[in-house]
Design a protein around this ligand. Structure first.
Ligand SMILES: [Ca+2]
Ligand SMILES: [Ca+2]
Length: 96
């Protein structure tokens, strides 16, 4: 799984992309809106990052929460914050 995440970060960095999509009304990083931060949120992030964010699957997720650092865009920085949290613990600075 970690290899998949590293590959995802590399691909996102290579192709460079950023999306802005509303505001997170819940826990920053809680993309699937289940109230906690876990591997399912990373999966949702990667899925929606590579797919059309207007895909119904992505709209099911709270995609705005993918803007983990609350800087107005969803970028590789947000993914790196999520990955760091998943593997190293600690807390997430939501930037607010
Ligand atoms: Ca979640
Ligand atoms: Ca961000």
């Amino acid at each position: 799984m970690k290899k998949y995440l590293v590959l995802s970060v590399a691909l996102i960095t290579l192709f460079g992309a950023s999306f802005a999509f509303g505001y997170c009304n819940g826990v920053c990083g809680d993309i699937n809106g289940d109230g906690s931060l876990d591997i399912a949120d990373l999966t949702a992030f990667v899925h929606c990052y590579y797919e059309n964010i207007y895909d119904p699957v992505c709209l099911t997720y709270n995609w705005a929460c993918g803007d983990v650092n609350n800087d107005g865009g969803t970028t590789t920085v947000d993914l790196q914050i999520l990955v760091d949290y998943m593997f190293n613990g600690g807390s997430i600075d939501c930037g607010n």
